[in-house]
Structure formats: structure tokens, C-alpha cells
Design a protein around this ligand. Structure first.
Ligand code: TRP
Length: 447
């Protein structure tokens, strides 16, 4: 039950909740970043370290966020306020999480807009003319084209707002259509890629455990990614958790979310690696790889324009199920704290985010000043490096030291003496915060 009339309805079932969380978790992190960092860090051994990071940082934090949301049953800010008995520090933590989701959404929508444009261009065969020499310039001129950037950012924010406007039910309906399609598209592209370029190189690379290639920085990278890929540290899982129907087993739900997120990351490797290994393409460092090198590679395949169109549509779907999860915490905050109805709150939130996002949209060449201060990169750096990690460490400390073990046990529905509870408590109290602290110290440059 909601504490006031402004809090949205619960998800209709635990399946709806799980799909919505998987939708939030599966995004560019799985489709691009995981294959890329795994490649950079030498394959198999890194995958093992990543899986360990998921167990020691990802899962405990995911459980923690859902637990906070479920006990609070309000927007992120009010939840921290109530559960901490109005403590000033924890209210700031709630506010910080909201600010982070606001900033991330503003530029995520710009990138998501690129996928829409590439989808349309692929269908019209407009990308076929580019070669690996010319595609880079095409991409730069596209992101530097102010009106195109604003148009596609606007379309994407509109789609996001339209779904969130319909409340939890709208989100649930959308993810139930988008996620199975996304899964299907990944399977199709993976099959095309494997049948054109073979399976064994990719398989050997991913599952050959050569620890000699592992560096200390790989471990930190794996830790950081475990965190990012599950959408932790910014209140998204807290708000979805607040819509969790009673009697849902949150341990089981979290395990499913973790499983599907990891599965999608591994499948993305089997989608991209065969192309990389088969064509001798270099995985390049820049985030533009999805819009440059891969585009050219798709063109080389039979019916390449359709495969390319399917791929960009896939990425757009993955982004859309993430952007709705980013808008929701903001909408619930505005609606509940300012007591305005949800629909108006959605319009207002989407409008604010859209306006702020324009600054990022114009900062890749369209506007001189914004480009010079690299607004887009600054926003990304601040929110994803600082906002997420600070949010994450606070969440684990909050659950580990502020919430009582009675609350833990009640929400997890397990016995105090159970092995799982010892694992959970050891992680949230000690292991998870220490690991996140290591990530933060590395970012500051201590190591
Ligand atoms: N998990 C998303 C991915 O893997 C990215 C992400 C991080 C995210 N934090 C988020 C998405 C919060 C939505 C909400 O691509």
C-alpha cells in the first residue's frame, strides 16, 4: 500500500518487476562496455573476476536498494528521510541520488537518440556508402549537427515521458513487449555473426582463464562495471523496489536480474567478437565504436543494411527500458514532494531533463562554448564516476549500519542463522563499502 495518494501503484506481479529491473540493467553497459573492457583486459580471467565482483558488490547492493525501496514505499528522498528519522545527511544522500539520475538521463537520451537516427539511416541504406576511412567523419558531422541532435533527443525524451506518464502499469506493459524483442534481436544478430565468422575464437577468448594477463586495474574495472551494469547507486532500484508487490521473494528476484543481465553481456560478446576476430577489426577505445567501426562491419555482411537497422533498433530498445527507469525516480519525487498529480509531474520532469539535455546535445560540435567546456563529457564524468559510487557506498552503509537486522530478515524472508544472511551482512557491512572505497580512491588517484 502506498503511504500517500501520489505514490504510484505496485507492479502487478513479480515477473513485471523483474523484467522492469532487467530492462533498466541491460543497456550500453552490456552491449558495448562489457565486450569492450573484457577485450581490453584479456578475456577469460577478467570474466571470472567480473563474476566475483557481481557476487561481492553487485548482488548485495541490488538487494540493499530493493530492500530500502520496499521498506520505504515512497520516493527516494522521502524514503531516506523516513527510514533515517529525518536525518540531514541521509536526506542529502536521497537528493544526490535524484540529481545523479537527472544528469545521467539528460545525456543518455542524447546517445539514445543517435541509435534512432542510425536505425532510420540504415533502413534507407544511407550508411552503406561509408568505409572505415569515412565513417568517423560522418559520425563527427552528425553529432555536430545541432538540429539533428536536438530532434532525436526530443523524440527519445518524448517516448520515455509517454511511457512513464502511464505510471507503473505503463512501464510494465512497455518492458514486457520491449525486453523479449530485445532478447530475440540479440539472438538473431549473434547467430548471424557466429555463422559468418565462427564461434571458436570468441569462445576460447572468453573462457580461457589466463590469469597472467590480469592487472590490478582490471580488478577495479570489473568492480566498477559490476556496479554500473546493474544500475546501482542512483535510486533506480530503490524506486522500482518501492513498487514491489508484497510477498515477492527479493532474493529470488535479484538472482534473476543478475542472471539475465550477465547473460545479455555474454551474448553481446558473442555478437561482437566474431566480427572483431573475423575481420581483424580493432576494438577501439572510444564510445563511438558502436556508431563507426561496427557500422562499417555490418555493411560488409549480406543484407547488411537490415542487420544494421535491427542492431540500432535493439540498442534503442535497450536504452528506452533504461531511460524510463531513470525518469521514474524524478517523477515520483516531484509528484510526492510537491503534491502534484503524476501526469503533470511527468510532463514537468521530462521537460526539465529535456532542457538540460539540450546542453549535452549541443556540446559535440554544434555550439562552440558548450563544445569547448565539453559539457557532455563533464556531465558523464561527474554523474557516472562520482554520483554512482558515492550513492553506492552510502546505500551499503545505510543498509549495513542503519537498518536493523529485523528489517533485513523481514525483507529477505530468511533466518538469522542462514548462510545467505551471513554472506549478505558481511558484504554490506564490510566487503562492498571497502571495494567501492577502493574504486573511489583509484579515481582520486591515490593508487
Ligand atoms: N545499467 C545500464 C547499462 O548497463 C546503465 C546504467 C547505469 C543505468 N545506471 C543506470 C541505466 C541507471 C538506467 C538507470 O547500460
Amino acid at each position: 500500500m502506498s503511504k500517500d495518494n501520489f505514490h504510484s501503484n505496485d507492479f502487478s506481479s513479480s515477473i513485471g518487476f523483474i523484467i522492469a529491473c532487467v530492462g533498466s540493467a541491460v543497456g550500453l553497459g552490456n552491449l558495448w562496455k562489457f565486450p569492450y573492457i573484457t577485450y581490453e583486459n584479456g578475456g577469460g580471467a577478467f570474466v571470472l573476476v567480473y563474476l566475483l565482483s557481481i557476487m561481492l558488490v553487485g548482488l548485495p547492493l541490488l538487494l540493499s536498494e530493493i530492500m530500502i525501496g520496499k521498506s520505504g514505499k515512497q520516493n527516494v528522498y522521502a524514503t531516506f528521510k523516513t527510514l533515517s528519522n529525518n536525518n540531514q545527511f541521509w536526506k542529502i544522500v536521497g537528493g544526490l541520488a535524484l540529481l545523479t539520475s537527472f544528469v545521467i538521463l539528460s545525456y543518455y537520451s542524447v546517445v539514445a537518440g543517435w541509435t534512432l537516427e542510425y536505425f532510420i539511416s540504415s533502413l534507407g541504406s544511407n550508411l552503406k556508402v561509408f568505409t572505415s576511412e569515412t565513417i568517423g567523419d560522418h559520425f563527427s558531422s552528425f553529432v555536430g549537427n545541432g538540429s539533428k541532435q536536438v530532434i532525436f533527443h526530443t523524440i527519445f525524451m518524448f517516448l520515455t515521458g509517454a511511457i512513464v506518464y502511464l505510471g507503473t502499469q505503463g512501464i510494465e506493459k512497455a518492458v514486457k513487449v520491449l525486453m523479449p524483442l530485445l532478447f530475440l534481436f540479440v539472438v538473431i544478430i549473434m547467430a548471424i555473426s557466429l555463422s559468418n565468422y565462427g564461434f571458436s575464437d570468441s569462445f576460447n577468448f572468453l573462457f580461457h582463464f589466463d590469469f597472467s594477463k590480469l592487472k590490478a586495474s582490471s580488478i577495479l574495472e570489473a568492480l566498477g562495471h559490476a556496479f554500473f551494469t546493474l544500475s546501482l547507486g542512483m535510486g533506480v532500484m530503490i524506486i522500482y523496489g518501492s513498487y514491489l508487490p508484497k510477498n515477492v521473494n527479493i532474493i529470488r528476484a535479484s538472482l534473476y536480474i543478475m542472471f539475465f543481465d550477465t547473460l545479455m553481456a555474454i551474448m553481446a560478446c558473442f555478437m561482437i567478437y566474431p566480427i572483431i576476430f573475423g575481420t581483424g577489426l580493432k576494438m577501439n577505445e572510444s564510445s563511438s565504436m558502436l556508431f563507426t567501426a561496427l557500422t562499417v562491419q555490418f555493411n560488409a555482411l549480406p543484407m547488411g543494411e537490415y542487420i544494421s537497422a535491427l542492431f540500432y533498433l535493439l540498442v534503442a530498445f535497450a536504452a528506452l527500458t533504461s531511460t524510463i527507469s531513470l525518469l521514474e525516480p524524478i517523477v515520483s519525487f516531484i509528484s510526492e514532494e510537491f503534491k502534484i498529480n503524476r501526469k503533470k509531474a511527468t510532463l514537468l520532469s521530462a521537460l526539465f531533463v529535456w532542457a538540460f539535455g539540450i546542453l549535452s546535445a549541443l556540446s559535440n560540435g554544434a555550439n562552440e562554448l558548450l563544445t569547448k567546456v565539453s559539457f557532455f563529457d563533464k556531465a558523464d564524468h561527474l554523474a557516472s564516476n562520482w554520483g554512482l559510487t558515492l550513492g553506492g557506498i552510502c546505500v551499503s552503509i545505510f543498509v549495513g549500519y542503519k537498518l536493523s537486522s529485523k528489517t533485513h530478515l523481514q525483507e529477505l524472508k530468511i533466518e538469522k542463522k542462514s548462510l545467505f544472511y551471513s554472506y549478505f551482512l558481511t558484504c554490506v557491512k564490510f566487503i562492498t563499502p571497502v571495494f567501492i572505497l577502493l574504486i573511489i580512491l583509484t579515481k582520486i588517484g591515490v593508487f
